[in-house]
Ligand binder design. Structure first.
Ligand SMILES: Cc1cc2nc3c(=O)[nH]c(=O)nc-3n(C[C@H](O)[C@H](O)[C@H](O)COP(=O)(O)O)c2cc1C
Ligand code: SF4
Ligand code: SF4
Length: 285
């Protein structure tokens, strides 16, 4: 499941034997060599290493490399984080977009978002995610057309389930109730043997959504794709190139929002219910 090797390299001319890397490794995959004090792979460490790269990122001397990555090639952690108010603004101003410009998002913008996906956390650092992308308006148009052809054929054959008839009617009225006119689609799939198979793809989609919003793109979570894939058109998945052993985790539509979707104020949803646990809650525990 994980890589077979840690690929640990310690530059002894730089290592001060401070022990920070060894102390941080929760899996005890590396230990301080009893004689020299330099970090070395523990017995069975390669199997326990979860390739989090924490040891490498913590090393003040830049002496340690794992996974065949040269520590010197990793950029310094930028401490100039966005302010809380700027992040809050990002979260509060995000809205589901259901009306898009019929234009492709620039390939480099999409490539940047996809590259950012390598930083999303996954349970036990399994990283069993796969991303299927429609980045071309015309491909999306074909996909959209085929979906509605199938829905119309089912309606004509009398096999369209009652709870999907509205979908057909909305399409016949000239709207796009499934794809919401979006030019792009991302489906995040997950390896079935992932420890946190439910959570991992949802985290990735959440990160994607906020990053896309920061890039000036509209997005909408695509629950309808999930339900249609599960119960109406299972073959919707086949075009997405999802590898054997993976299943769709969640989907999201994105693109540039049409000017009609320019939200000029944030909404005012109800506060969420919160129970702050007190000693009283623990009495019968
Ligand atoms: C898991 C999930 C699935 C969703 N699926 C769809 C969908 O298939 N189609 C759609 O138009 N909106 C979908 N939405 C958008 C929600 O309806 C929307 O988030 C909600 O109405 C609140 O609006 P907001 O996102 O603008 O805050 C989905 C949202 C979530 C979180
Ligand atoms: S953190 Fe760096 S300097 Fe410290 S022991 Fe580990 S490799 Fe050596
Ligand atoms: S990559 Fe993570 S698990 Fe592996 S040796 Fe380093 S700290 Fe330990």
């Amino acid at each position: 499941m994980y890589k077979a090797e840690i690929g640990l390299k310690v530059d002894r001319t730089r290592c001060t034997r401070c022990g920070l890397c060894v102390a941080d490794c929760r899996n005890k995959a590396i230990i301080a060599d009893p004689e020299s004090g330099y970090p070395v792979v523990a017995d069975g460490g390669a199997e326990r290493c979860m390739h989090c790269q924490h040891c490498m990122m913590l090393c003040p001397a830049g002496a340690l490399s794992v996974d065949g990555v040269d520590a010197a090639a990793c950029p310094a952690a930028n401490q100039e984080l966005p302010s809380y108010s700027s992040l809050l603004n990002l979260v509060r101003s995000r809205r589901s977009c259901r009306d898009y410009l019929q234009k492709n998002v620039e390939k480099e913008v999409i490539a940047g978002l996809m590259d950012a996906m390598r930083y999303v956390p996954t349970g036990v650092n399994r990283r069993g995610l796969h991303f299927s992308l429609i980045d071309d308006l015309e491909v999306m148009e074909q996909y959209r057309k085929r979906t509605y052809e199938k829905i119309c054929a089912m309606k004509e054959a009398g096999t369209l389930p009652e709870n999907q008839i509205r979908l057909y009617e909305q399409f016949m009225e000239g709207s796009d109730p499934v794809y919401r006119t979006a030019p792009h689609l991302l489906v995040v799939s997950v390896a079935e043997d992932s420890f946190c198979a439910e959570a991992d793809p949802l985290i990735a989609v959440s990160y994607f959504e906020l990053l896309a919003h920061a890039r000036g793109l509209g997005t909408v979570w695509f629950g309808r794709w999930m339900s249609m894939w599960r119960s109406l058109l299972p073959e919707m998945k086949d075009v997405m190139g999802i590898p054997e052993g993976y299943r769709p985790g969640y989907a999201i539509l994105f693109g540039y929002a049409s000017p009609k979707q320019k939200f000029v104020r944030v909404g005012c949803p109800d506060p969420v219910p919160v129970n702050t646990v007190t000693a009283d809650n623990l009495k019968n525990y």
